[in-house]
Write a protein that binds this ligand. Sequence first.
Ligand SMILES: NC(=O)c1ccc[n+]([C@@H]2O[C@H](COP(=O)([O-])OP(=O)(O)OC[C@H]3O[C@@H](n4cnc5c(N)ncnc54)[C@H](O)[C@@H]3O)[C@@H](O)[C@H]2O)c1
Length: 260
Amino acid sequence: MSRFEKKTVVITGASRGIGAAIAKRFSQEGASLVVSANEESVHSVADEIKRDGGRAIAFVGDVTHKASVVALYDAAEAAFGSVDVSIQNAGVITIARIENMTEAEWDKVMAVNTKGVFLCAQEAISRMRKHKRGGRIISTASGQAREGFIFTPHYAASKMGVVGITQSLAKEVATEKITVNAFCPGIIETDMWAYNDHAWGKLLGDYAPGELMKEWVEGIPMKRAGTGEDVAGLVAFLASDDAAYITGQTINVDGGLIMS
Ligand SMILES: NC(=O)c1ccc[n+]([C@@H]2O[C@H](COP(=O)([O-])OP(=O)(O)OC[C@H]3O[C@@H](n4cnc5c(N)ncnc54)[C@H](O)[C@@H]3O)[C@@H](O)[C@H]2O)c1
């Protein structure tokens, strides 16, 4: 399969977890990749892609700073000419009772998960408009964009914000062959989920490591946690020509955890 031959894909939060899995999937389907994260280890994802015969550059930057986001898309255009698909995936979470949640936690989660999506989408769309070749804007929301979970009001607000950004931008660029969509992973086995298991587990009871995850996975109709590859399949579809008439949508990829 080479659905994305001659396409350039920028993806944030690609040093590990869901983002790294999405990047590898696009590379397997022929895309040139710009993998970005706020940690140096993102270089090893680009190296792995290149070792497997793909094309990739790594960019270390912070999605909460406009100048860093501009530099990311500049680097993508310098390396590969244009940006066809922009995937806003960088995200952070903290878990705390309301009385212990700090203003700094609120600000950070909103800055990465919501402002970061806005800044990247803004930069990608302005460049897609210039090139007049259309494009795809795809952002990572969460099951928490459907229903807030306990002890994470900032995260729920930040991910519901991603849905709002998606709908508003989809309307603005609808006649320009640029689609704007988001997706909601459920329980996906990554570093973030390991933190969730530990932090929620401490507040919700005396859970041993892995126990809370096990209990929540039992509540998934498919009875298994998701993988980065499960998510990557949906994202590749949304980026493909087959999804040309889909815009402004937010799609769950969660084994049936939330049905909406
Ligand atoms: N794992 C899950 O169960 C789950 C469920 C729903 C939604 N999500 C969302 O999926 C996305 C990826 O999650 P994951 O589980 O792979 O997380 P992860 O913690 O494994 O990876 C997070 C990535 O975001 C990057 N990042 C964090 N802050 C950044 C910043 N300021 N600038 C640039 N990059 C930054 C990190 O470097 C890393 O690459 C996130 O948006 C997360 O909220 C995850």
